[in-house]
Design a protein. Structure first.
Length: 354
């Protein structure tokens, strides 16, 4: 368990605190301010989430109401007036599978440098849609975590086995890969995802937005993912549609199966799906995404879609539209891949083949 906490202070151009009702923030809350997160073990980059705020936007848009209420209190999610009275304290549970799962990170095996979490801040226009905020400050940031102290003899034996006995220790996690692209001016769009040789693709998600429209600061970038006039789509791997040669129909919202299957493939049960997901208002015009989970919550890690041995180790997402997709349409494809961290002597290695 870990989270980041601090105080965010909106500032005017003259350096004074902005305290007035004209300050309007993103529906997403404080996490719109973090556009990249890098996690290092020692000097090794374990995870680099270069579209951090957008990944959170995709995740937050389908959260159940109970979770949204918690985020409203902690992060200002869903409250566009969260900073209208000036500075505000916040807390954010970092979104990485390294922290989300029940496993504990073996700090004793990170022999130098420890674990580093680096966050990159976005421009003020990402978080504040009103022009009276020129910039912002994050004051008194702190990273908090809960640690477990095992018996010293266990820790000594573990370090000895890895350091001198030629053995390795492993941790499973899920690594995110990002593939940005543009519309092609056609009604048929193929998105090539050069994923490479990997043992297990857990899921793939794709979002669309219009760059020209959201160059306007007054438009909340959290609410920009639209359906781009989608009619249908299919996901192919090595010439075979996944899953089971299916093509998913959407027909501009007339067929809800795309949304249903995308959410169901994650939760694994149509009868309890509402416990895990809840669509926010105007989902199809503000938070829409397509995709598929190849590994449900009922399956073991590493059982997703494999590209090992494929002559063409990439995914192809083919979409049909009722209108052309202009080059100003930005597309972001996010592939979640199972990976292993190996602690071997003084070395740390990341592998997506196992």
């Amino acid at each position: 368990m870990s989270y980041l906490a601090g105080t965010l202070v909106p500032k005017a151009a003259d350096g004074s605190d902005v305290v007035n009702a004209g300050t309007t923030s993103s529906y997403q809350g404080v996490t719109r301010a973090f556009n990249r997160m890098v996690i290092r073990f020692g000097g090794v980059v374990v995870e680099d989430i270069s579209y951090y705020s957008d990944v959170l936007a995709m995740y937050y848009s389908t959260l159940p109401e109970t979770r949204r209420k918690v985020l409203k209190a902690l992060e200002g999610f869903g409250d566009t007036g969260a900073w209208k009275n000036g500075k505000r304290k916040w807390a954010h549970a970092l979104m990485s599978s390294l922290f989300v799962t029940d496993q504990s990170l073996p700090l004793a095996l990170v022999q130098s440098g420890g674990i580093t979490v680096e966050l990159f801040l976005a421009p003020a226009s990402e978080l504040f849609t009103s022009a009276n905020v020129a910039y912002y400050e994050i004051q008194q940031p702190s990273f908090r975590w809960m640690g477990i102290s095992p018996d010293p003899s266990y820790t000594i034996a573990l370090r000895s086995a890895v350091a001198s006995a030629g053995r390795s220790a492993f941790i499973h996690f899920q690594k995110l890969h990002f593939y940005p692209s543009n519309g092609n001016g056609s009604q048929t769009l193929q998105i090539q995802v050069p994923i490479g040789q990997v043992s297990s693709i857990a899921s793939v998600d794709i979002v669309f937005w219009n760059e020209t429209d959201y160059a306007d600061r007054m438009k909340d970038k959290y609410l920009r993912f639209h359906n781009a006039n989608l009619v249908d789509f299919r996901i192919e791997n090595n010439g075979t549609s996944q899953p089971s040669q299916l093509s998913f129909k959407y027909k501009g919202g007339a067929d809800p199966e795309v949304v249903l299957l995308g959410l169901l493939s994650s939760s694994g049960n149509i009868y309890t799906m509402d416990r895990d997901v809840s669509l926010q208002e105007n989902f199809e015009t503000s938070s829409f995404r397509i995709g598929m989970n190849f590994q449900s919550s009922n399956e073991n890690a590493g059982t997703g879609l494999s590209t090992l041995g494929a002559s063409s180790p990439f995914l192809t997402i083919t979409t049909t539209r009722s209108a052309v997709v202009p080059p100003t349409t930005r597309i972001l494809t996010v592939a979640t891949v199972d990976a292993l961290i190996e602690f071997r002597g003084a070395e740390i290695a990341i592998s997506e083949i196992f």
